[in-house]
Design a protein around this ligand. Structure first.
Ligand code: HEC
Length: 502
């Protein structure tokens, strides 16, 4: 009796409740997303095919049917859309060869979840586990499936969408943070002027990260501001990435990326970071210079540089290079015989190191990432002529006239400061925008992730084309540029090394 009455009551209250889930629905959400029950009776999932029983937390519904309940095709399985709106529609399955059945009722849905039988009496495929849910748990779960479409991810409302970033807005790094915020705000204002995305206006929350605990910064964005996704953050640690992964929050673009960690499925990097640029230089050295010989990696003082060097070294060895020596930039330089390439990772070269290298015959190729290239490089002795190569994630040649105009307007306020970071931030926002457009009006974080995963060779007008095909999370490669010491100029070698296929 109460069940009916309660349903009626909650129906009557629906408009008032639209922004929050009831306790029962929350319990259902917990079951749906994580396979976890509030009570001490854990839920079990039975896999008929393997004739085994496992804890339901290992096989939550969301894992197959998607956090938004709309199903998805993966690995030959086709977990269907199980939102109540679809299950209760009076048409049954129409696909040829598919199960025919009348619309689901709450009772028949409970039966499908527990016993694997649909309202037409057909057995569901063994790929769909059977769950040992109590009366109450199954009711909670169904209550949640009835609301799942309104259970918008944070930051989404009918007319607006909240995005977030963290930047140093005070202290010694403030100029860089302000420059990035300004270019993001400008781009967002333009998107809103053009009508927003699927009828929603974008709002950007910028949290000051200067001298603050990174955990607190992230908590502020997620809990207090309830942002939907993050964009163009200045740096991010492995711990932050893990927190984002657990919370299921998408991040597009880390500007000063120096963590060679595994990354996360929720993080997309449109442009090549230092690590990717170094690898591009390695490939260039092999292909264009035939320099797959003895190599030395000179590392700067930061711990991240050491970690990057080790990862680069492992990668070179995998590609058949002899194991490169890794040396700290502060220690006296030791050159082995036949040194062919010197990778500079976060370190410059002192004048005595330069003389030592120049006396080596021939001097090794010097390979470094764009953000480390300083004007002093032009002071190198002529012995290094045509021997210095720099990788860049983008070049001015990649910019459309419209983007050049935007940069020219910014120059009036910011000068040329932090140009690389501003461009990287604009690319990150453009990729996020594209993902949001493709994900559609029925937006969810998962839908955004899926849309980004399908992005292929997308022109940004600011950088090389960006795409994330095949599970790859770095969207573009690197241009290789040669230093012309005679004329103090940079020349494109004509080599663009596409992002690594993983
Ligand atoms: C391991 C992947 C997997 C998990 C986990 C999973 N399902 Fe399924 N589910 C499927 C597949 C595959 C089908 C399609 C079966 C078929 O068509 O015979 C399915 C079918 C269904 C159907 C039938 C829909 C229809 O159109 O007839 C319902 C209802 C359903 N699942 C609910 C759930 C619920 C609720 C959970 C969590 C308690 C869950 N599923 C967990 C894979 C899964």
């Amino acid at each position: 009796m109460c069940a009916r009455l309660c349903t009626l009551l909650s129906l009557a209250l629906l408009p008032a409740l639209a922004w929050g889930l009831s306790d029962n629905e929350k319990a259902g959400q917990q079951l749906y997303r994580y396979g976890q029950a509030n009570t001490d009776s854990p839920v079990q999932a039975r896999l008929e095919a393997a004739d085994t029983v496992v804890d339901a937390s290992l096989l939550p519904c969301a894992g197959c049917h998607g956090r938004d309940g709309r199903g998805r095709a993966e690995g030959g399985l086709n977990p269907p859309d199980i939102t109540w709106a679809r299950l209760s529609k009076p048409y049954g399955e129409r696909l040829p060869g598919a199960r025919q059945h009348p619309p689901y009722t709450e009772a028949s849905l409970a039966r499908a979840i527990r016993e694997g039988v649909d309202p037409g009496g057909n057995r569901l495929s063994p790929a769909m586990p059977r769950y040992s849910l109590s009366q109450r748990q199954v009711r909670d779960l169904i209550a949640y499936l009835q609301r799942i479409e309104e259970d918008f991810d944070p930051g989404i409302s009918d007319q607006s969408l909240v995005l977030g970033t963290w930047q140093p807005l005070s202290g010694a790094q403030a100029d860089g943070g302000q420059a990035v915020s300004l270019s993001l705000r400008e781009a967002i204002a333009q998107i809103n002027l053009d009508g927003g995305i699927h009828g929603r206006r974008l709002t950007l929350v910028v949290v000051d990260s200067a001298e603050r605990d990174e955990q607190a910064v992230l908590d502020e964005l997620l809990d207090q501001h309830e942002v939907f996704a993050l964009v163009a953050v200045q740096t991010s640690s492995a711990a932050q990435q893990e927190q984002l992964r657990q919370a299921g929050v998408p991040l597009v673009g880390t500007l000063l990326r120096n963590d060679p960690g595994p990354g996360s499925a929720w993080t997309f990097e449109p442009l090549a970071g230092i690590q990717d640029q170094m690898k591009a230089l390695g490939l260039f050295a092999e292909q264009a210079l035939s320099a797959r010989g003895a190599a030395l990696i000179l590392v700067g003082p930061e711990p991240a540089h050491q970690a990057q060097a080790e990862s680069l070294s492992r990668w070179l060895v995998q590609r058949g290079w002899p194991a490169p020596a890794i040396q700290g930039a502060e220690a006296p330089l030791v050159l082995g015989d036949g040194l062919s390439a010197l990778f500079l990772l976060g370190s410059g070269l002192s004048s005595s190191q330069v003389s030592l290298l120049a006396s080596h015959s021939p001097p090794p190729y010097l390979l470094l990432a764009g953000e480390q290239a300083q004007a002093e490089l032009f002071e190198l002795p002529m012995a290094f002529s045509a021997r210095v190569f720099v990788a860049y994630p983008f070049l001015p040649d990649d910019w459309t006239p419209a983007f050049r105009e935007r940069l020219a307007r910014q120059r009036a306020i910011l000068g040329n400061g932090y140009l690389n970071r501003r461009v990287s931030a604009s690319v990150a926002l453009a990729i996020l925008e594209e993902g949001l457009r493709r994900a559609g009006r029925q937006l969810s974080r998962e839908a955004l992730i899926r849309a980004l995963e399908e992005l292929y060779d997308h022109p940004t007008g600011m950088s090389p084309r960006v795409g994330f095909s095949g599970g790859r999370r770095v969207g573009a490669g690197a241009h290789i540029v040669r230093l012309d010491l005679e004329n103090r100029e940079l020349h494109h070698t004509g080599y663009y090394i596409p992002p690594e296929q993983r």
